[in-house]
Design a protein around this ligand. Structure first.
Ligand SMILES: [Zn+2]
Length: 402
């Protein structure tokens, strides 16, 4: 049995997590949490005093006065986000509701690791100064990179084609920014959290996200919680096999789904027939135009993805699948094919259909997802807001180096 203090803190976080997704009145909050209205008034009153939430304008209604909705106060605290990919880096600041307030591209191509780090830190320092919250409170810095990463240590391990960052402990490197907590996640995991809060995962308690691009990244939310594994090596659906006699993947396993369904693999098949098919978009245009060969390639890709997804759904009984990444462009055909396949093969098909959804987060959601990492930890009660003094001398020093 938890003690009273823990229960109080738990209820407060429950309220904040609900408000992170939508604005709700005190009565609605009481109903959703199962707490009494009196208890909810106390919790909301305290959150109002602390400046974490605010009252929104009343919603219009034909039937008399409606209760006042409560929502997160954007200025309460900000987060910093940083993405590092194989093609570049982006940094930005998000408010307490997770909206990006500013973003800046960081040119790092051709730089050494130390030079790239200096440039990133200079950019982040500049953002912290120009885009500081009035409260000076920060929830921390969230960094997303290709995996595998060691999330506990904050270290990038050995992602392919990412040699410059191998074994870089970014959590330690970024400590002297003075922004408080620094978290590192692989980008698919960060995107999964963003889908859960702001995107296609909002309506479901358990879902799997597949990011289909040059590789296949993935993340799983089970009963409203991101499945984290032990040190970030879980969730590698791209490296689950769909053919034990298949071609050997870089990871050593034969027949990984990535070998069949990653975008470059599909395009390589398409080019055997017509070398002019250079992009995903071109392939989809052909398929949509009725080209039987291209259509068959999309169906084959859907069967490969669908087989891996059925394996996962049969183990975890998930409610939904979210597709994201390069395949979002003209993604409807692939979405429909994957959905058809898995609802013809998953064990639970007699009881329910599992929808396959395209991410609604728009182009380039990675930065929003990275900035969301510290927020996710905050709303789980795993970190606190830190007040950053405006006169930190370190910041000047770092910026002049860049
Ligand atoms: Zn593999």
């Amino acid at each position: 049995m938890k003690n009273a203090q823990e229960m109080k803190a738990g209820n407060r976080l429950k309220v904040l997590r609900l408000l992170r997704r939508e604005s709700l009145s005190r009565a609605e909050l009481a109903e959703r949490t199962g707490l009494t209205r009196a208890a909810m008034s106390l919790i909301v009153g305290k959150l109002l005093t602390e400046g974490m939430v605010e009252e929104a304008p009343r919603r219009k209604s034909a039937a008399g006065r409606r209760p006042v909705p409560v929502e997160l106060r954007p200025e309460y605290a900000y987060t910093l986000g940083l993405t590092i990919s194989r093609t570049g880096s982006d940094a930005g600041v998000a408010d307490f509701r997770g909206r990006l307030l500013c973003r800046e591209a960081i040119e790092i191509a051709g730089l050494t690791r130390q030079e790239a780090l200096r440039r990133m830190k200079a950019c982040l320092c500049g953002l912290m100064r120009r885009c500081a919250p009035p409260s000076r409170r920060w929830l921390g810095l969230g960094i997303s990179t290709p995996g595998p990463v060691d999330v506990a240590a904050g270290t990038i391990l050995n992602p392919p084609n990412f040699e410059i960052w191998h074994n870089a402990c970014l959590a330690a490197e970024m400590k002297d920014l003075g922004v408080g907590y620094v978290f590192l996640e692989n980008n698919a995991q960060a995107l999964t959290m963003a889908e859960k809060t702001f995107g296609a995962g909002r309506a479901s308690r358990s879902f799997v996200l597949l990011e289909v691009e040059a590789g296949i990244g993935s993340g799983i939310v089970s009963n409203d919680r991101l499945y984290a594994g032990w040190r970030g090596f879980g969730n590698e659906i791209g490296h689950t096999s769909i053919d034990m006699n298949g071609p050997r993947c870089d990871c050593g396993l034969p027949g990984c789904v990535e070998m069949y369904a990653a975008v470059p693999r599909v395009l390589a098949q398409a080019r055997k027939r017509d070398p002019r098919i250079r992009s995903w978009r071109a392939l989809m245009d052909r398929a949509a135009g009725g080209d039987a060969f291209c259509l068959e390639l999309v169906k084959e890709q859907a069967r490969a993805l669908g087989t891996a997804l059925v394996n996962v759904i049969n183990v975890l009984e998930l409610d939904a699948v979210v597709l994201t990444g390069d395949v979002l462009e003209r993604g409807e055909m692939l979405r429909a094919e994957v959905e058809r396949f898995l609802n013809q093969h998953a064990i639970n098909r007699w009881l329910r259909q599992v929808p396959v959804l395209l991410s609604p987060l728009g182009e380039r959601p990675e930065l929003m997802a990275a900035a969301g990492i510290p927020a996710e930890k905050f709303f789980e009660g795993l970190c606190q807001a830190v007040r950053v003094r405006p006169d930190r001398p370190k910041r000047k020093r770092l910026e002049s180096k860049g």
